[in-house]
Design a protein around this ligand. Sequence first.
Ligand code: MG
Ligand code: MG
Length: 248
Amino acid sequence: MVILKSAREIQIMREAGRIVAQCHAALAEHIQPGITTRELDRIAEKFILKSGGIPSFKGHHGFPACICTSINDVICHGIPDYTELQSGDVITIDIGVKLDGYHGDSAWTYAVGEVTPEISQLMKVTEECLALGVQQARPGNRVGDIGAAIQSYAEGYQYGVVREFCGHGIGRNLWEDPAIPHFGQQGKGMLLKPGMVIAIEPMITNGSWRSKTDQDGWTARTVDRSICIQYEHTMAILEDETVILTQL
Ligand code: MG
Ligand code: MG
């Protein structure tokens, strides 16, 4: 069931989203070779608590940390540990913040030092995929319009569009209806309406779209070890505009 949000609720979610964006900005300054993902998790947790929020992911279905740190072939849900970042890596940091009962959710991929031109292009195209998805997130369109725009653009570069993990509605719960696949058919799926708040979060690979999960039960990787990039924003669909909530 889709839960439409009032202007007041969207205002709270804007504040939750702002903390998410500020936390990303704070972490970005620390991303360099040698730092561990566990240190990044500690910095994020301190930042979120100091801002008056609660880390949404900690304990969510038993997730053991405050942020997800997904390096190179990890698609999502990487668990912070003592792994040190190395020059040439890409790391996706996914941050969720709960404020006054409502969540904000945004993931961003960062380059560590210099990455190859191939990875730079994958990053650029994935960011464009998010923008194309956001453009389709407007009243009167359907969920399938979002996925179709992302899929056709990414596949034009022979990239893989991860199927197993989707975007989602968000509000008092981190994951609400509708699910927002990043593939699909134009004109299909649920109608988008004003008051819907959703997260769009394409995960795009330079190889297969297929994934497998590590023995830890969380870490999802590409089956062919190809690189995966992800950008995610939480946004509110209004009558006449779509407002991204997780940016400064
Ligand atoms: Mg999400
Ligand atoms: Mg997320």
